[in-house]
Design a protein around this ligand. Structure first.
Ligand SMILES: *Cc1c(COP(=O)(O)O)cnc(C)c1O
Length: 381
């Protein structure tokens, strides 16, 4: 099946006696057995259903659905993007090991790696992955993993995945890529040789801002270990959340196609706008487009507070990826835990706005931003 067909047809067969068109929510904490023999058989298999924390048809659908789109054999759904990252990292790294991570990773990932995992004796070096020489120099004898994102947040740098894979393979390291911003619609890191690919399904996989979930995919070996972490740490996803994310996943292709088209149109418009100093929108991401996120830096004279006050129907949220257009303020949300120095060095200035472009009519999106930019330049800071 082709990608667009797979996004719609990925769920497991439904009990023939019910004949429901939509997949049901298996809102159950456990599954029943008719005798000890049946129970024994279920417990011997990892993908059987006996207890929802271990496995459930809805969470399995989500994990396997995303795995198929990524071209990977195995996937597991988790309670959030961060718990998927945790399970992935801990499936390859233990106390005494070292990780080299990109310095511009998602703020929550930065906190997880730099504050929490260091307490377990896992050492992390953050380096600019745009410069692979620096990545290479950061590798130590105890390094086990190179970690980055396919498209970074919020400045939308496109990672050189093939080069990272080459570097990792020449040092026998594993690679892990957060593919949240790109989605498998635009980039499929597993097919480029990456060992573990992680998603905050809260974002484009779900697509409707109504679910918090994560998915981790990879080969059978690493995923067996990652699945154990999810089960043993109790970070599995609930059936209903998984069901919602699966429903969202079915429209991934049509959403991404429209959102990327709108994003490209908006980015072009903003580039010519006198109140915008700089637009960040990647080029050459894939033949299908360049994603749905556009960041911009307002001109120095603009008043950023007035911009946010004048957005009318566009929502201000500390997240992204819904079908509705929204904006976020990275310096005050996703990157607030970074020091001011680090933010400046990364280019996350106090005038930086991140836009998640939705599926609305592009003309309405443009006029809403024009109004807010007019208000920002009229107010002057
Ligand atoms: C949101 C996000 C996460 C964290 O996901 P949660 O579902 O909030 O735990 C990780 N990486 C990226 C790139 C994100 O945008």
């Amino acid at each position: 099946m082709k990608f667009d067909t797979q996004t719609v047809h990925f769920q497991q067969e439904i009990s023939a006696s019910v004949r429901s068109k939509a997949s049901p929510v298996y809102q159950t904490s456990a599954f029943v057995f008719k005798d000890l023999e049946e129970m024994e058989a279920a417990f011997q298999k990892t993908d059987h259903f006996y207890y929802t924390r271990v496995n459930n048809p809805n969470t399995q659908d989500l994990g396997q659905g995303v795995a198929r789109l990524e071209g990977a054999p195995k996937g597991v759904a988790t309670s959030s993007g961060l718990s998927a990252i945790l399970a992935g990292v801990l499936s390859v790294a233990k106390g005494g090991d070292h990780i080299v991570a990109s310095e511009d990773v998602y703020g929550g990932t930065y906190t997880l790696l730099s504050r929490e995992l260091t307490a377990f004796g896992i050492d992390v070096s953050f380096v600019p992955f745009a410069d692979l020489e620096q990545v290479k120099r950061a590798i130590r004898p105890n390094t086990v993993l190179l970690y980055s994102e396919s498209i970074t947040n919020p400045l939308l740098r496109v990672e050189q995945i093939e080069h990272i894979v080459q570097l990792a393979q020449s040092h026998q390291l594993k690679t892990m890529i957060d593919n949240t911003f790109a989605t498998p619609y635009f980039i499929r890191p597993y097919e480029m040789g990456v060992d573990l690919v992680v998603h905050s399904a809260t974002k484009f996989i779900g697509g409707h801002s109504d679910v918090t979930a994560g998915v981790l995919v990879g080969n059978e070996d690493v995923m067996a270990s990652a699945k154990e972490k999810v089960v043993n740490f109790g970070s599995s996803l609930s059936p209903f959340e998984a069901w919602l994310a699966c429903r969202g996943l079915k429209t991934l292709s049509v959403r991404m196609e429209r959102q990327a088209k709108n994003a490209a149109t908006l980015a072009e418009h903003l580039k010519r706008h006198p109140s915008v100093k700089r637009v960040y929108y990647p080029k050459g991401v894939s033949a299908k487009g360049n994603g749905a996120i556009v960041s911009m830096e307002l001109a120095d004279a603009c008043d950023v507070a007035s911009f946010f006050k004048s957005l009318s129907w566009i929502k201000i949220v500390p997240t992204l990826a819904g079908v509705d257009t929204s904006v976020s303020y990275p310096a005050g949300t996703s990157h607030r835990t970074l020091s001011a120095d680090m933010r400046d060095r990364l280019g996350i200035t106090s005038n930086l706005v991140r836009i998640s472009v939705g599926i609305e009519d592009a003309e309405d999106i443009i006029s809403a931003f024009d109004n807010a930019l007019d208000a920002a330049s009229a107010a002057e800071s």
